[in-house]
Ligand binder design. Structure first.
Ligand code: G3H
Ligand code: 13P
Ligand code: ZN
Length: 310
């Protein structure tokens, strides 16, 4: 039981044809929901913080709560910086005790992405921290940059990028997208497994990451809307496609939106069913239980990482 890097997790996931879930954390209830879900399924897990999460809760609070979660449950956890936009954010995360960082230079031109990623890798590796980078652009919002169209990852470029930067894992664009509103309502999402296959064959054994992989459960959306929400046209990635990706070179699957929707639906329901309720433990507790349920389902049916802990 420890705060670990993703190295061993990814090796086992690659060989075992499953993926590790990377769930975004912002507060105590989300951390507890995720770690309890992982514990219930005896699965390793990645807890990741965006720069927005670091601003909201503060790196010291997040690290201390993650330490407490590990001590209580004994689950192997990697604490990861999600979408680090620059060297300073990476440095702050490493100084705060994170074991893994993402430097997202995907919106820079290729050579700039290589150079900036390389600097991050040198610094992180010198501190015993692993690095995820990104190549290609997901449609939707990435780091406040709105991309209208996917720029699929070029497999040749992926090989060159990995060799020149020394990154430990690579996020690729094959058709996933961030947020709840990934696609137009009548659009049938497709993942480019041909690209994933080509990257896998050119970089055997190398861990690939999928961002924007929430499935957007229609029941959670319906509950939000039934209890006063207005979330229209949300659509996610089909679960069978994610499961297939997890059985290939994809070792890390990022999900945030599904936790947000589940937590919001549960909290709205508490207020809707009992307008007199004003004890935060009642509604935040319901949100925490909903997060745990989602994480257990992801581990079982999407990631395939049940019993990945020894
Ligand atoms: O990829 C983005 C994650 O969902 C984090 O979102 O920047 O609003 O915390 P956030
Ligand atoms: P979703 O918005 O699909 O949950 O993706 C989250 C993500 O990729 C975080 O980096
Ligand atoms: Zn992401």
């Amino acid at each position: 039981m420890a705060l670990v890097t993703t190295k061993e997790m990814f090796k086992k996931a690659y060989e075992g044809k499953y993926a590790i879930g990377a769930f975004n954390i912002n507060n105590m209830e989300i951390i507890q929901g995720v770690i309890r879900g992982a514990k219930a399924k005896n699965s390793a897990v990645i807890l990741q913080c965006s720069t927005g999460a670091l601003k909201y809760a503060g790196p010291k609070y997040l690290k201390a709560m993650v330490d407490a979660a590990i001590e209580e449950t004994g689950v192997d956890v990697a604490l990861h910086l999600d979408h680090g936009p620059d060297f300073d954010s990476v440095k702050l995360a490493i100084e705060s005790g994170f074991t893994s960082v993402m430097f997202d230079g995907s919106h820079y031109d290729y050579e700039e992405n290589v150079q900036k990623t390389k600097e991050v890798v040198e610094y992180a590796h010198a501190h015993g921290v692993v690095v995820e980078a990104e190549l290609g652009v997901l449609a939707g919002v990435e780091d406040d940059v709105v991309a209208a169209e996917h720029i699929y990852t070029n497999p040749e470029q992926a090989v060159d990028f990995v060799n020149r930067t020394g990154v430990d894992s690579l996020a690729i664009a094959i058709g996933t997208s961030h947020g709840a509103f990934k696609f137009p309502p009548d659009f049938n999402p497709q993942l480019r497994f041909d690209i994933l296959e080509e990257i896998q064959s050119k970089l055997p054994g190398f861990p690939i990451v999928l961002h924007g992989a929430s499935a957007v459960d229609p029941n959670a959306v319906e509950t939000c809307n039934k209890y006063g929400g207005n979330i229209a046209g949300a659509k996610g990635i089909p679960v069978d496609m994610l499961r297939k990706a997890a059985s290939m070179a994809v070792c890390k699957i990022n999900m945030d939106t599904d936790l947000r929707l589940a937590m919001t639906a549960a909290i709205r329901k508490v207020f809707g069913d009992n307008p007199k309720e004003f004890d935060p433990r009642k509604y935040l507790g319901a949100g925490r239980d909903a997060v745990q349920k989602v994480v257990e389902g992801k581990i079982e049916f999407v990631l395939g990482s049940t019993n990945s802990l020894k």
